[in-house]
Design a protein around this ligand. Structure first.
Ligand SMILES: Cc1cc2nc3c(=O)[nH]c(=O)nc-3n(C[C@H](O)[C@H](O)[C@H](O)COP(=O)(O)OP(=O)(O)OC[C@H]3O[C@@H](n4cnc5c(N)ncnc54)[C@H](O)[C@@H]3O)c2cc1C
Length: 385
């Protein structure tokens, strides 16, 4: 259900106030603690941020995609680890349960995911399978009234703290492609479930990834989500929505970078004038503004299509590709505008520069988005002939 214009504006205003009053003053604390504090997580939960996309009947806010995009743009002006804290619950960690799950599964997990009482992880990537998601090797076999999982998942966001894991595994041992994959919900504490050492990363230091291992891991038969063989469809439909979310996050981060650049460039003087008066600096500001505006228009357009149930496979990939490449370019230009100060840790630019880098990699690299866009274009072209 999409909000009416006035309600959306009120909610986005509330998020903007929360960002200004609570998140921005606490963003360096995230780096010092190496995590988002429990107090801030509680405040985010109270605002409903863990359940933006989860329908009201399952305890969430039930926002439409256009509303969610507006909220994410506002939220992502602050340290991107705040968005990571809510990202999986709102996206790949709940979407599959919502679309394919049984009522019992929805009832069991969604209200607590929406309230931030449960933290979700989404387990697709493996040591030998990332971009080629259909090559998953983790296996699941039925033994009596239990599934037995074996395999390793890599770089799994929230793994160290997650309560519930959505896992894509191969249920047809004779298959080698997407048709043999199914999805499961695995609870922390399941026998044979292990969590590896927390990864040391370039950025997003308030959000944590680790391996998730399944060693003869036994889960009940009703942990299967949807039907056998639906795992790949579930993963792809979850990622479709997730890609729009990441594109919106990239726009929020880019807007923050541009604000920082304007503040700095209008104060900092060189050759007797604020650097903002120098035309080569103006060119970097103008190019950044132009590209971010273009990315925002694309994302808002695609979100409206999503809310009207129109196809967005191609458009969501276009948004993810363009918005995440754009924020990379903007971060580089803004660091340049800051000169030596941009390289120093006392300004937020170097952190944002590192944090936005992964946006071009996870939930499908830029190259994978290019392949998806071209594949869809060719398909649409063939359909017209
Ligand atoms: C911080 C972080 C958090 C993550 N969180 C999660 C998570 O929660 N759950 C999860 O399942 N995964 C997660 N991932 C994994 C992420 O989704 C993968 O890293 C990503 O999909 C790329 O896979 P890969 O690393 O195996 O790279 P590869 O697939 O090995 O790709 C390496 C390079 O080759 C290119 N390439 C591959 N195939 C092609 C092709 N056909 N044509 C052209 N170029 C190609 C890629 O674009 C890339 O540049 C996370 C990763 C990071 C860094």
């Amino acid at each position: 259900m999409a909000l009416d214009d006035q309600t959306r504006k009120q909610f986005v205003n509330a998020v903007e106030r929360f960002v200004a009053e609570r998140l921005l003053p606490n963003e360096t604390l995230v780096e010092e603690l190496g995590r988002v504090s429990d107090i801030i997580l509680g405040e985010m939960a109270a605002l409903g941020l863990f359940g933006l996309s989860i329908p009201e009947r399952w305890g969430g806010l039930g926002l439409g995609m256009e509303d969610e995009v507006a909220v994410l743009i506002a939220l992502c002006r602050a340290n991107l680890s705040f968005r990571s804290a809510i990202g999986i619950n709102n996206g790949v960690g709940s979407h599959g349960l919502l679309i394919y799950g049984s009522d019992a599964q929805r009832q069991r997990y969604l209200p607590r995911l929406a309230g931030g009482d449960l933290i979700a992880a989404f387990c697709l990537t493996e040591p030998d399978c990332g971009s080629d998601a259909a090559a998953v090797r983790t296996s699941a076999r039925l033994d009596g009234d239990e599934w037995v999982l074996d395999g390793v998942k890599r770089y799994i966001t929230n793994a160290p703290s997650a309560d519930v894991f959505i896992v894509i595994a191969r249920t047809d041992p004779d298959s080698s492609d997407h048709r043999g994959l199914s999805a499961f919900v695995v609870e922390r504490g399941a026998p044979g479930l292990g969590i590896g050492k927390t990864d040391r990363k370039m950025g997003l230091h308030g959000s944590h990834t680790a391996d998730v291992t399944f060693d003869n891991c036994r889960i009940p038969a009703d942990a299967l989500i949807g039907e056998l063989g639906f795992g790949f469809a579930l993963a792809m439909s979850s990622l479709n929505r997730g890609r729009l979310g990441i594109a919106a996050a990239a726009i929020g981060a880019a807007r923050r970078l541009i604000d920082e650049a304007l503040n700095y460039a209008t104060q900092r003087k060189a050759f007797g004038a604020p650097i903002a008066q120098h035309q080569l600096v103006q060119a970097m500001l103008a190019d950044s503004e132009t590209e971010v505006l273009a990315a925002q228009c694309m994302v808002e357009h695609t979100a409206r299509r999503f809310d009207r149930n129109l196809p967005v496979i191609k458009e969501a990939s276009c948004c993810k590709l363009f918005a995440t490449e754009t924020v990379g370019k903007v971060a580089d230009r803004v660091l340049q505008i800051f000169g030596g100060a941009g390289f120093m840790c006392e300004y937020p630019i170097e952190r944002i520069y590192r944090d936005v880098r992964v946006m071009r990699i996870y939930e499908g690299t830029s190259q994978i988005q290019q392949l998806l866009i071209a594949k869809q274009m060719i398909k649409e072209h063939a359909g017209k002939r």
